[in-house]
Write a protein that binds this ligand. Sequence first.
Ligand SMILES: CCCCC/C=C\C/C=C\C/C=C\C/C=C\CCCC(=O)SCCNC(=O)CCNC(=O)[C@H](O)C(C)(C)COP(=O)(O)OP(=O)(O)OC[C@H]1O[C@@H](n2cnc3c(N)ncnc32)[C@H](O)[C@@H]1OP(=O)(O)O
Length: 188
Amino acid sequence: VSTTAQNWPPVEVEAPTPHPDAPSPGTVLGAHYSHCFGCGDQVESGLRIRSTVDDEGVVVSTFTVTKDHQGAPGLAHGGLLTCAFDEAMGSTVGNLLRKPAVTGRLETDFRQPVPVGSTLYIVAKLDGVAGRKVYVSAEGRLDAPDGPLAVEARALFVTVGVEHFVKHGDVEQLKELGERHSDWDINP
Ligand SMILES: CCCCC/C=C\C/C=C\C/C=C\C/C=C\CCCC(=O)SCCNC(=O)CCNC(=O)[C@H](O)C(C)(C)COP(=O)(O)OP(=O)(O)OC[C@H]1O[C@@H](n2cnc3c(N)ncnc32)[C@H](O)[C@@H]1OP(=O)(O)O
């Protein structure tokens, strides 16, 4: 067990409070951006992660590993597994708190190899909030919600204003995103 896992969250936190308009348990979350490598439909070899709100503060995501996601023959690449957890935990923060946030730090423990063809069931939960810092952790199990534990991850997300994306990203694409999600506070 990593040292971070023993001391998580690493700072004193407040209990996370989901936004009053956060999607309720059972809601299937759509892709947040069609060109997102983690969840978008328009990225051919993307991870195409699908997420559903579970209990309060918890989101369950699935990632099916294809041959496009290999590191060693027949096995998922560790970096892509980390990406899957980035997406699953980012989706948890963004959708439940309804605030734009970016990954500040992300740590992954790989417990078992993940073969091509398998589906990871990733359960991510909000662990706490300290100012703009949001701590999240997740577990990924093989082929069933109660399957063998394969991957664990913890992350710090930092909430940002829309100016983060305006300053550093593609404003035209951001406008389109804002039009499709007018209930999200991301319009420049
Ligand atoms: C992606 C969203 C698109 C827009 C849509 C918006 C909403 C949509 C709703 C739902 C979204 C659904 C799904 C999202 C799914 C996946 C998301 C993927 C997310 C990513 O894939 S995103 C790409 C990778 N990500 C970056 O590209 C970040 C680059 N980076 C920076 O942009 C800055 O670095 C920033 C902003 C992080 C901080 O900068 P800053 O100047 O604003 O603030 P500052 O530095 O003061 O940090 C504030 C406090 O965080 C602590 N802190 C910061 N970093 C730390 C670290 N590494 N370790 C420990 N503590 C750290 C400080 O120590 C301080 O703590 P304290 O307050 O206690 O002093």
